[in-house]
Design a protein around this ligand. Structure first.
Ligand code: BGP
Length: 466
């Protein structure tokens, strides 16, 4: 393989706090709305222990160090750091992250940190009613200020809000605790408040930490037209503008794409956008763009007279159970005959990551960090190494395409596998496994067993080092 990767390329892996830490009510941490939305059929929090990174971080970071990781992307849990009140710190939570940073330093691993990965504390949810209320933005900023004050000397890469675009498209993670209809009505307001929170965090970071870099995280899904029929191209543009471009313009250029705002405004209440908001949104200049990539979509034209169909994701991991959406007069999605799919019906498309990198780079010309890329599999181990050749093939294919994108001229800073270890999936439970390291959920001690892909990635990082 041709080595296009620069010497200082950030090879690494990702997790998020609520999906990996467990200890959800320990040492002063309160529940988050994401904790509430991940209950099993008996009503128990399935991420109560999860991979238990909270108690295993030393072992996990040692494994990361031994793998040769240069970067670790994780999130700081707001309900651990500022659980109850604006500005009131939970010292135990803060200490935990200092200890994580100590371990990372030991192995020379750079932290890249998400400030919000879905875990709004229930305390603030109850007080303000959630992200649809602007007071939640102020509360987030109080949390962000604590993070900058406390960790600013040790963390130099911050991410503001994880995947506002995917949150808008699919909801979940506690955003729809009051029902799907209510969330649908509120989602433009929620998104507007995410954008304000993002802009304020970017500006505060530049003000308090002039040497740090800060940016948004998008979950990008490139879209192909099903055929060269001109209307299929329009359909592909329609969905791509609605799920990708709309959010990038808002978060990166501070600009609402008006006709898409109006499109979504047909079923959601429009947010109040003051002149001050507009000024603020335009004033925030990100230093880099973080992108999460898993799959691509295919779109074709959907006739006006067709019946609308909501997307029904495959949550059970049984191939072929996903139902594609139809939006009459706009687009419909369909299967890609050229691509295999995962058991959760996500298209496996290495070229798509190159498409994404080029599309985003040519619009914004900012350095890009891949903060998530990986594949979920059904896996089981009785103590032996999991032979996850499918994951190796997936990662290998995607990394090769990243190399080609660099050749195409994209400034790519680094690449993080989702996920370093098995953890709670955002919508599909703990048994949708993504990790390079297997976690045995059946045993109390949550035994770690590096998979074959861990060994493979370690070798890759070694060989790529110039
Ligand atoms: C991204 C999220 C991650 C992660 C990933 C996989 O959208 O940022 O938190 O979970 O998707 O998704 P899932 O867990 O639903 O398979």
């Amino acid at each position: 393989m041709k080595n296009n990767f620069p010497k200082d390329f950030l090879w690494g892996a990702s997790i998020s706090a609520y999906q990996a830490e467990g200890a959800i009510q320990e040492d002063g941490k309160v529940l988050s709305i994401a904790d509430l939305s991940t209950r099993d059929e008996n009503g128990n929090c399935t991420n109560a222990i999860s991979s238990d990174f909270y108690h295993h971080y030393k072992e996990d970071i040692r494994l990361m160090g031994e793998m040769g990781a240069k970067v670790f992307r994780f999130s700081l849990a707001w309900p651990r750091i500022m659980p109850e009140q604006e500005g009131v710190r939970n010292e135990a939570g803060i200490r935990f992250y200092h200890q994580v940073l100590d371990e990372l330093e030991k192995y020379g691993i750079t932290p890249v940190v998400t400030l919000f990965h879905y875990d709004l504390p229930v305390t603030f949810q109850e007080r303000y009613g959630g992200w649809q209320d602007r007071r939640t933005v102020d509360a987030y900023m109080a949390f962000v200020r604590i993070c900058f004050e406390e960790f600013g000397g040790r963390i130099h890469h911050f991410l503001t809000i994880n995947e506002p675009d995917i949150l808008f498209m699919y909801g979940g993670h506690g955003l729809d605790l009051d029902g799907r209809d209510k969330w649908k009505k509120d989602r433009l307001k929620i998104n507007h408040n995410f954008a304000l929170a993002h802009a304020r965090a970017v500006n505060l970071c530049h003000e308090m930490l002039p040497d740090a870099k800060v940016g948004p995280v998008f979950g990008y899904v490139p879209v192909y037209a099903e055929s060269c029929r001109p209307l299929d191209k329009i359909a592909a543009m329609n969905i791509s503008e609605r799920q990708n471009h709309f959010f990038q313009e808002l978060f990166l250029n501070g600009r609402y794409v008006r006709h898409i705002l109006e499109f979504y405004g047909k079923e959601s209440e429009l947010p109040e956008i003051t002149e001050e908001d507009e000024k603020l949104l335009r004033s925030a200049h990100s230093d880099f763009i973080a992108l999460n990539y898993y799959k691509s979509d295919v779109a074709k034209w959907c006739e006006e007279e067709a019946r609308a169909q909501e997307m029904q994701g495959n949550v059970g991991g049984k191939k072929g159970t996903c139902v594609y959406p139809k939006v009459p007069g706009c687009y419909e999605l369909c299967a890609n005959p050229y691509l295999e799919r995962t058991d959760w019906d996500w298209e496996i498309d290495p070229t798509g990551i190159r498409v994404m990198l080029r599309e985003v780079y040519q619009n914004y010309y900012l350095p890009i960090l891949i903060t998530e890329n990986g594949v979920a599999c059904h896996e089981h181990s009785e103590g032996e190494e999991v032979q996850d050749d499918a994951r190796i093939a997936y990662l290998d294919g995607h990394i090769r395409e990243c190399g080609k994108a660099i050749e195409d001229g994209v400034e790519l800073m680094g690449y993080c596998v989702w996920s370093f270890l098995d953890l709670m999936s955002t919508g599909h439970g703990a048994y949708k496994r993504y990790g390079l390291v297997y976690v045995d959920y059946e045993t109390e001690e949550r035994k770690r067993i590096p998979k074959k892909s861990y060994r493979w990635y370690k070798e890759l990082i070694e060989n790529y080092e110039v």
